[in-house]
Write a protein that binds this ligand. Structure first.
Ligand code: AMP
Length: 191
C-alpha cells in the first residue's frame, strides 16, 4: 500500500500532478483544500468555519483539519493507497497522521516535496487566479500570506519526515509531463 504525502508550497503543482498519479496507481486523492472548498460550496458549518481562515490565507485550526482528514480516510474500505495533498501542513498534523495510520497498522511511505522557486510560484498563482475562481488566488497579499504560512508553519513537516528517512525532493519546474515522469520514477522505486 502506498501512502504518499505530495508536499510543496501553494502553486507547486500538487493538485495537477495528483490527478495523473491517482489514475496511474489507482490511489485515493485526499486534498484537504478541495474538501474545505466542497464544504464552502455546500455551505456546511465546516465550510463556514474554514472560509474565515482560507480567505485570509491562514491555516484552518489543526483539530478541525485532523478530524476531517481522519473521517475522509475512514470512508475508504481497502484502498490501494492514498495521496495526501495539502496535508499535513503543521508538525502537529504530521504527528497526528502518523499516530492515526499506526493505529491501522500502516504508515507514510514517503513525503515527496515538489520544489519550485518563490518567483515562479507567484507567477503560477496569478495565472491560476484567472480560471480557478478561488478567492485566495485573487489577492497578492493573500498569496504572500500563504507562502509565508508555508515557510513558517509547514516546512517543519519536511523535517519531521527527514528524521524518519522518508523525505524525497523532486524538482517541480518543467512541463507537466516531465514532472509526472519524475514522480512516477519515485513512486515506482517505493513499490
Ligand atoms: P490548498 O487547496 O491546499 O492550497 O488549501 C487552500 C487553503 O485551505 C489553505 O490556504 C488553508 O486555509 C486551508 N487548508 C488546506 N489544507 C489545510 C491543512 N492541512 N491545514 C490547515 N488548513 C488547510
Amino acid at each position: 500500500m502506498i501512502q504518499l504525502i505530495l508536499f510543496g508550497p501553494p502553486g507547486a503543482g500538487k493538485g495537477t500532478q495528483s490527478t495523473f498519479l491517482v489514475e496511474k496507481y489507482n490511489l485515493v486523492h485526499l486534498s484537504t483544500g478541495d474538501i474545505f472548498r466542497y464544504n464552502i460550496k455546500n455551505e456546511t458549518p465546516l465550510g463556514k468555519l474554514a472560509k474565515t481562515y482560507m480567505d485570509e490565507g491562514k491555516l484552518v485550526p489543526d483539530d478541525v483539519t485532523i478530524q476531517m482528514l481522519e473521517s475522509e480516510v475512514n470512508k475508504h474500505q481497502n484502498p490501494e493507497g492514498f495521496i495526501f495533498d495539502g496535508f499535513p501542513r503543521t508538525a502537529s498534523q504530521a504527528a497526528a497522521l502518523d499516530a492515526f495510520l499506526a493505529s491501522k497498522n500502516s504508515g507514510i511511505s514517503a513525503l515527496v516535496a515538489l520544489e519550485v522557486p518563490e518567483d515562479e510560484l507567484k507567477i503560477r498563482l496569478a495565472e491560476r487566479a484567472k480560471t480557478s475562481g478561488r478567492a485566495d488566488d485573487a489577492k497578492p497579499e493573500v498569496i504572500q500570506n500563504r507562502i509565508d504560512v508555508y515557510k513558517n508553519e509547514t516546512t517543519p513537516v519536511m523535517d519531521h519526515y527527514k528524521k524518519q528517512d522518508k523525505f524525497i525532493s523532486v524538482s517541480g519546474v518543467g512541463s507537466i509531463p516531465e514532472i509526472t515522469d519524475r514522480l512516477t520514477q519515485v513512486i515506482d522505486s517505493l513499490r
